[in-house]
Design a binder for this molecule. Structure first.
Ligand code: FO1
Length: 312
């Protein structure tokens, strides 16, 4: 696979919106997205890949923009029927989303890897960004909370990310191999962007796959990260609480500390100018801009700012 000009590491909603802005600034055929699979799980024997699917739906123009995940206009009839037959049905899989999962199940059952299945699904809806799972091997984010260790979707959806997180581990990562094309995409890209995704549960599981962190470190000066923390809070999800409970500063400086070995530049919000010195102390160049992705125009503006921040 020939390397594309831009490579983006992404989690779910924030990363998907960032990528959506990016493909309105540069041709989608120039972009590779390496996507977190630590959130993946297997309800009903189906392989659900929330971050890959969120990126896929967003780039295909199918996503539910209010929730950020799932398909616009989806309905829960199948899920309601499952509940009627006694299933707990705590994970909201809509009827249209189930269609994607049936198609993926068909590909996986026919022997395709997760990467090959993802490529087939993306092609079917005209997505031209190369969507690469960080690994085809299972990597599963596990969180230690007060009553023991739980898997990611139990923490995030079933318990609505209310638990304080004391430790995070990526089961399977030690022996996982990077997905096909992942290392080549990092080595060959002109610029590598880290989307405004949670550094602890969206970017870290990608970096935990052996070979990916060192491939990025070798390209560090060409790596531009976007802070998911603005004014002490996260765009979406539990990033702020998690940084705090794991002992990190809830600021761009705290994010910089986590990404110092892999990124040379961090985009921070102009409202966080006071943290520029902390970012620099962690060894990253801080570049200020407006980070809030208000509507489509905001997504594009952030993508432009990230591209402009890349050292030439
Ligand atoms: N998030 C929720 O908060 N509740 C859900 O019931 C839910 C269902 C769901 C189904 C498919 C899918 O692709 C994503 C879904 N998400 C749901 C989002 C997902 O759990 C999280 O956004 C990510 O794992 C975090 O990045």
């Amino acid at each position: 696979m020939e390397a594309r000009r831009l490579c983006v590491l992404s989690g779910g909603v924030g990363g998907a919106r960032f990528l959506h802005g990016l493909v309105h600034e540069v041709p989608a055929t120039e972009v590779t997205a390496i996507v977190n699979v630590g959130d993946d799980f297997e309800p009903y024997g189906l392989h659900v890949a929330p971050d890959l699917d969120t990126v896929l739906y967003t780039l295909a123009g199918l996503s539910d923009d209010v929730r950020g995940w799932g398909v616009t206009g989806d309905t829960p009839r199948a899920l309601e029927q499952a509940r009627r037959f006694g299933d707990e049905g705590w994970f909201w899989l809509g009827d249209l989303d189930l269609g994607l999962h049936l198609a993926r199940a068909g590909h996986l059952r026919a022997g395709l890897s997760l990467s090959a299945a993802t490529a087939a699904l993306a092609q079917a809806v005209g997505v031209e960004v190369a969507l690469l799972p960080a690994s085809d091997d299972p990597v599963r984010t596990m969180l230690t909370v007060d009553d023991g260790e739980i898997d990611f979707q139990t923490y995030f959806v079933r318990r609505q990310h209310r638990d304080a997180v004391h430790a995070v581990r990526f089961a399977g990562a030690a022996t996982a191999r990077p997905g096909p094309g992942v290392l080549e995409a990092i080595a060959g890209a002109e610029t590598i962007l880290l989307a405004p995704s949670n550094p602890i549960i969206s970017l870290a599981p990608i970096l935990a796959v052996p070979g990916i962190r060192s491939a990025l470190a070798a390209r560090r000066t060409s790596v531009v990260a976007v802070s998911p923390i603005v004014g002490g809070t996260a765009f979406k999800g539990p990033a702020a609480d998690m940084l705090r409970s794991l002992g990190h500063e809830v600021s761009p400086a705290g994010v910089a500390g986590l990404l110092a070995d892999v990124a040379g530049t961090l985009l921070i919000d102009t409202a966080d100018a006071e943290h520029a010195a902390g970012v620099a102390a962690a060894g990253l160049r801080a570049v200020g801009t407006g980070l809030v992705m208000d509507g489509h125009a905001g997504r594009r503006r952030l993508a432009r700012a990230a591209l402009a921040a890349a050292p030439s």
